[in-house]
Design a protein around this ligand. Structure first.
Ligand code: GLN
Length: 443
């Protein structure tokens, strides 16, 4: 009831696309009975969770914040959803986000922007903007988002909370609406690292419905007294980076050194290639993944009875998708087209391979990489209009998805306007538990 009241008091923030009021109260009552009967309790017994509107929940609507899936009901649950429920979490509703998780400000939702509770004129980040604000404003305890290129970490940064993307292959993607399948991971947004760890433990691990998922690591390396960190010098000197953020992160690095850790700069000459590589590969994958929304199989269908099949596809997709999704489908089909495939898609795959090789080398020497999460704090709704400028602000987050490593944004700082921003840490692949322990050590 407390959380439902919070949600209705904060409805102007537009964080939720649907709230399951009756169902949540019924589940709470059932769980209450179970607790009093003395039977053993699930690890998330009574924990109030919100899920981004790209994660399927059987017999509940899921729309990817798109008109094309308006009124579509899931016929099965995502593995992550099933595991939350099996451990007795209460899913209280589905959360607003950028359409098909494409965006950085939640302004690309077909159902209106989400507002940042710290300053309602500002964006909460995206694409998991509703999920971040729901935790930020105390409307649920934790949220599940999705992170293809920063969509959990970036809104966590803008909202002053913790956001973590585990390694690729850590959490099943079964029942997660696909944006770019070789990048997508479900991530967790919470107020603290312990909550992230608990939820990760419940939902991660092998799944017969997603062959890319690995077994959960069975042991966490013990904490050491001191660690070896590195940072990318050119990332901290980058022209797009807000000077306050740069100063605070440099100050934090000094503090770590003072505490006996080693922190060293490494040369990272691929920095300027990561955003273009990310947008070539993700739009290519998206153009293929989104071809299924054709007005025949799912959701919205153009109702003009005179249409032949091609016209039905065309009109359904023209009316169903928003401008950002269309832009990305066009970009994706372009980079995959016969004449340009080698120049863009193949080239980007080669850069991705170089990045993986470079990353393996880095982790031979260092325990973790330190980066900002986002170059600037949250901006005003409507302020940024140039899509390329918005793409370029993904400079610090997309790297982890390109190489499949875990990454976390920790809310460490605030600027003089009281706007929060985070510190980002990344560790080697499949080392998320270690990354979480390290995070706790540092904050
Ligand atoms: N901002 C990035 C994009 O627009 C990240 C999206 C995501 O992680 N889903 O693609």
């Amino acid at each position: 009831r407390h959380y439902l009241d919070k949600i209705s008091a904060s409805s102007h923030l537009n964080a939720w696309l649907e709230v399951y009021e009756v169902e949540a109260l019924e589940t709470a009552a059932l769980l209450d009975k179970q607790r009093h009967s003395g039977s053993p309790l699930g690890r998330l017994h009574g924990v109030i969770v919100g899920i981004k509107d790209v994660i399927c929940h059987k017999d509940h609507k899921v729309s990817a914040a798109s008109r094309v899936l308006e009124n579509f009901t899931s016929v099965y649950s995502a593995t992550a959803t099933d595991r939350l429920l099996a451990d007795e979490a209460i899913i209280i509703g589905r959360q607003n986000c950028d359409e098909f998780a494409m965006g950085s400000s939640n302004e690309n939702s077909a159902y209106g922007p989400v507002r940042n509770a710290i300053d309602e004129e500002r964006v909460p980040g995206g694409s998991s903007g509703g999920s971040a604000v729901a935790v930020q404003a105390g409307m649920c305890m934790v949220s599940l988002g999705s992170d293809t290129g920063g969509s959990v970490r970036q809104p966590a940064d803008f909202c002053g909370i913790v956001g973590m993307k585990p390694s690729y292959g850590s959490i099943s993607r079964y029942g997660l609406i696909a944006y770019a399948s070789s990048f997508d991971q479900i991530g967790i947004l919470a107020k603290n690292v312990d909550d992230v760890k608990l939820v990760l433990d419940v939902i991660a691990g092998a799944d017969e419905f997603d062959s890319t998922v690995k077994q959960k690591p069975s042991h966490i390396p013990a904490l050491k007294k001191s660690y070896r960190f590195c940072y990318f010098q050119n990332a901290l000197e980058h022209s797009s980076l807000d000077p306050t953020i740069s100063e605070e992160i440099k100050g934090f690095i000094k503090k770590l050194t003072g505490e006996g850790h080693t922190v060293e700069p490494v040369a990272f000459d691929l920095l300027d290639y990561i955003v273009p590589t990310y947008y070539v590969l993700t739009t290519a994958e998206a153009s293929s993944n989104l071809s299924r929304y054709d007005g025949v199989k799912y959701g919205y269908r153009n109702s003009n009875k005179e249409n032949n099949l091609n016209e039905l596809y065309q009109q359904t997709r023209s009316e169903g998708f928003g401008p950002e999704v269309k832009r990305r489908i066009l970009l994706g089909t372009f980079v995959l087209s016969a004449g340009y495939f080698d120049a863009y898609f193949t080239k980007a795959q080669k850069v991705r391979r170089l990045l993986v090789d470079k990353t393996l080398k880095i982790f031979e020497e260092y325990d973790a990489i330190i980066l900002p999460t986002v170059p600037t704090p949250a901006y005003k709704i409507g302020e940024k209009k140039d899509p390329v400028e918005i793409f370029l602000a993904d400079i610090y987050t997309v790297y982890a998805n390109l190489v499949g490593i875990p990454a976390i944004s920790l809310p460490l700082f605030k600027n003089d306007k009281g706007l929060p921003f985070g510190l980002q840490l990344m560790s080697s692949q499949n080392n998320e538990l270690h990354l979480l322990s390290l995070s706790k050590l540092l904050i």
